[in-house]
Design a protein around this ligand. Structure first.
Ligand code: IMP
Length: 424
């Protein structure tokens, strides 16, 4: 798989960290292409649990060059902290490459995110409050400060003074806050620059060169398809493009380079933050998924909302991303259920939908159409061959595959690195 995109096919938290960790062993480069430290990837190695938020999961392998692409937003403080923590735990982050075009999450973005959320009241998005939305807002308003500006303190200060004039007006007059001091902002950000500069690179060129030499490149999506700013459940989305198109824009590689697009989906579905969620469960079954699946956010610790697998949404993800394969995670979490429900359509306002509705109001008012499949009620943790899975589990997998029209090549049956069934 010379150039593969791995992305979330749901609302994020599908277990992509584990998947990219799995694929990274056979990769030379692992590239983050959007988002920032709103992502949280958990990797379990032996008894150790690593939570990464910004650095690509490939950093765990010494032979991999981890790359942060131009489509990402980088909080220098968080990045330095993450590099330091990894070093202290014996993982060497020195090969990390950061695009000079990536935008910086500045202290005023961090300050504005929670304040803006508070002002939204009942309309809150439920953001991770890491400054992601405000940083992307400035990028598109052409007021952003980029990684390359760290090279030139004079230009950095000019840009900072200009943008902070605006921000301070917003902070003081709109949100009734104290203004921020440009000297302090400069000191915080430029103070970290010497630690970042050795890692800064022309990522697009680096990847082009690598691709020409036949190196294996893995593009690691953060969040998920339904959180995409263009294709997700707007405005309850993140501010970037986790979908496959985002991998091209956010890394600077052409579409013809991509060989494979792997969608990661849980065997059920979850969401953090607010927004529509047709199959959400408010009963004991939902609680069981949270408890057994450990459904609490890596970044914010928030309890995730859980529900039965939604095939309407998954078909949509397969279409938007041009998925070539599916990686089904956490099948073991469903092992305790006697019956497993699966949604293959919605009824809403008197109509039936088999495809993802184009009007969001339909999603708010819909009732899922469920099919019931028998559960297996057996422990799957030690199974490594597909034919050893209980017949009911195989039927569940094949049912999804049939309805989505994309092969399920991998099935995870536990959180450990090797707890995986790979199909030929
Ligand atoms: P933001 O990305 O912090 O602006 O948050 C926007 C929306 O995306 C909120 O609903 C968040 O809960 C959600 N979100 C952001 N990052 C993740 C993630 O890594 N997993 C799941 N949801 C996320």
């Amino acid at each position: 798989m010379p150039a593969t995109i791995v992305l979330g096919a749901q609302w994020g938290d599908e277990g992509k960290g584990r998947v990219t960790d799995q694929f990274a062993q056979h990769s030379d480069f692992v590239v983050r292409y959007q988002g920032g430290n709103n992502a949280g990837h958990t990797i379990v190695i032996g008894n150790e649990r690593f939570a990464l938020s910004l650095i690509p999961s490939g950093v765990m392998y010494p032979h991999v060059t981890p790359v942060i692409g131009p489509g990402c937003v980088v909080d220098p403080r968080v990045l330095i902290d993450e590099m330091r923590t990894l070093s202290e735990r014996g993982i060497d982050p020195s090969k990390l490459r950061i695009s000079s075009n990536a935008h910086l999450i500045m202290p005023y973005h961090r300050k504005l995110d929670p304040i803006m959320e508070r002002y939204l009241g009942s309309q809150q998005i439920g953001t991770t409050k890491k400054g992601i939305g405000p940083a992307y807002t400035d990028k598109y308003a052409r007021q952003g400060i980029r990684v390359q500006d760290l090279f030139d303190p004079k230009i950095f200060r000019e840009k900072l003074d200009q943008v902070l004039r605006d921000k301070n007006k917003v902070l003081t007059r709109v949100y009734n806050q104290l203004p921020m001091d440009p000297d302090q902002v400069e000191e915080e950000v430029l103070g970290l620059a010497p630690l970042l500069l050795p890692h800064v690179a022309d990522v697009s060129y680096l990847l082009w060169e690598a691709h020409r030499q036949g190196k294996r490149i893995l593009f690691e999506g953060a969040q998920g398809t339904l959180l995409d700013v263009d294709h997700g459940t707007y405005p309850f989305v993140t501010s970037s493009n986790p979908t496959a198109g985002g991998a091209l824009i956010g890394s600077g590689i052409g579409p013809t380079a991509i060989d494979r697009v792997v969608g990661v989906s849980k065997a059920y579905i979850s969401r953090v933050g607010t927004g529509p969620f047709p199959t959400e469960l408010h009963d004991e079954s939902g609680e069981t998924m949270v408890r057994i699946g450990g459904e609490y956010g890596t970044v914010t610790g928030r309890r995730r909302r859980c529900g039965w697998l939604d095939l309407v949404a998954l078909r949509y993800a397969a279409r938007i991303n041009g998925l070539t394969d599916l990686f089904l995670t956490k099948l073991d979490v469903l092992s305790s259920f006697e019956t497993i429900r699966i949604c293959d359509g919605y009824t809403s306002l008197g109509e039936t939908y088999r495809e993802f509705p184009r009007q969001q109001r339909v999603l708010y008012n819909c009732t899922p159409i469920y099919e019931d499949l028998p559960g297996w009620q057996k422990d799957l943790a030690s199974i490594r061959e597909y034919h050893d899975l209980p017949k009911e589990a195989q039927r569940y997998v094949e049912h999804i595959e049939e309805r989505i029209g994309v092969p399920i090549r991998w099935i995870s049956v536990g959180p450990q690195r090797g707890a995986l069934v790979e199909r030929p």
